[in-house]
Design a protein around this ligand. Structure first.
Ligand code: GLU
Length: 417
């Protein structure tokens, strides 16, 4: 074990991952010691006033896992199941992700333990502003730069930025990324997570001329999943199944994704559920994961591929667009069954890559065109993908192990300088 007596263990999955890396002798124990524990954990509890005038205490966290490569970077999620362990694990993931794609950032993450569906916009605004007030001291354009994650969006980033600037007493657009364009956000940031993953898939399937031969199932129809479905549909892939938290839709001849997006997102301020769509066959989320497809894209929450369902998965490839959808214990089964896995720290890094571009534009007072952003994203993510592929081949590793090794190596190298 790499954890010693009396040491705080706050993230079981981080520990498992580090242990796997050590056992496979990818890196020595001395080198891994750097990543054993998060540098800083902050929990805050702050009040908001609800619409009925009652006071509610909100519990939230920011974890800065490691800042050897630069200021902390990572999103803030709003979710009823968020806890310190999850935020820590996600901050660990960000540490590896920013390193793997060679950004001058460390890894951090934030979480607010609420179900956003139970709050009005006015209450969500207070939650967003309260988070920044409570954590002001540890955040900042050169300390730790938040961004959107599950259930947070440009509007929430705008409230957070406004609160930060009020306290700082000066314009500081580089404090947060994923902002609306008119507040200093970047072109293309909203679609960047899916777009980055899409560029990787285009490399993976380079030799397939007729993309309609490739069948795809996507779990999650939010910002990442719906955009990925759209990009794949337009490039000619056959997207046969999609789902959201209400359930899924299936059509063996391929779903009409633009029509579906129009149905779900067509009305302003109201996102519909897939279950209310009448025209296609209904399937459950579990059926979607085990559907007969070439490519499976989990694009919702973590931990959905488990020891229980891993054996039933029929896809030949899984691209992790969500953070941590495959539990380490399930991964072993998938690898034994020769299913290729593109790990999230590579596959979904498009979001943080364009966040970096946004931050740079803010610091340099520039505004890049969508074309420039997408070209730079492609170059960056395909470059990282090629590096992972080369390392995987050379050392006979899975893409995940190769990604971890490259990411940790870069952190260790910097710490030796
Ligand atoms: N929440 C996203 C992620 O998990 C984006 C983070 C960022 O842009 O800082 O990668």
């Amino acid at each position: 074990m790499i954890y010693g007596e009396g040491e705080l263990i706050v993230c079981q999955n981080c520990k498992t991952e580090l242990e796997n890396i050590r056992q496979e002798k990818l890196l020595s124990k001395d080198r891994l010691i750097l990543l054993k524990q998060p540098e800083r954990i902050v929990q805050v509890n702050y009040p908001i006033t609800k619409n009925d005038n009652s006071v509610k205490i909100i519990t939230a966290w920011r974890v800065q896992y490691n800042t050897i490569l630069g200021p902390g970077k990572g999103g803030i999620r709003f979710h009823p199941a968020v806890d310190l362990d999850e935020v820590t694990e996600l901050a660990f993931g960000m540490t590896l992700k920013t390193s793997l794609v060679d950004l001058p950032y460390g890894g951090a993450k934030g979480g607010v333990r609420i179900n956003p569906e139970n709050y009005s916009d006015k209450e969500l605004e207070q939650i967003a502003r309260g988070y920044v007030r409570a954590l002001f001291e540890v955040l900042g354009p050169h300390k730790d730069i938040p961004a959107p994650d599950v259930n947070t969006n440009p509007q929430i980033m705008a409230w957070m930025l406004d609160e930060y600037e009020k306290i700082a007493g000066k314009p500081s657009p580089a404090f947060i990324t994923g902002k609306p364009i008119e507040k200093g956000g970047s072109e293309g940031r909203d679609r960047s997570t899916a777009r980055g993953g899409f560029y990787i898939l285009e490399k993976e399937y380079e030799s397939v001329i007729d993309k309609s031969e490739i069948t795809v199932a996507i779990q999650g129809f939010g910002n990442a999943g719906s955009v990925m479905a759209d990009l794949l549909f337009k490039a000619g892939y056959k997207v046969v199944a999609v789902s959201d938290s209400s359930g899924g839709l299936y059509n063996k001849d391929g779903l009409d994704i633009p029509k579906l997006i129009d149905y779900i997102y067509g009305e302003e301020n109201k996102i519909k559920k897939l279950i209310t769509y009448q025209e296609e066959q209904k399937i459950s989320n579990e059926e979607l994961l085990t559907a007969e497809v070439d490519l499976l894209i989990p694009a919702a929450l973590g931990g959905v591929i488990t020891a229980k369902n891993a054996e039933k998965i029929k896809a030949k490839m899984i691209l992790e667009l969500a953070n941590g959808p495959i539990l380490p214990i399930a991964e072993r089964t998938l690898v034994n069954n020769e299913i290729k896995i593109i790990p999230g720290i590579l596959a979904n890094s498009g979001g943080v890559i364009v966040s970096y571009f946004e931050w740079r534009q803010n610091l340099d007072n520039e505004h890049w065109s969508l074309e420039e952003v997408n070209d730079k994203l492609k170059e960056k993510i395909v470059g990282a993908y090629e590096e992972v592929k080369t390392m995987a081949r050379k050392e006979n590793l899975t893409y995940r192990r190769a990604s971890y090794k490259l990411a940790i190596d870069r952190i260790v190298k910097k710490s030796n300088n």
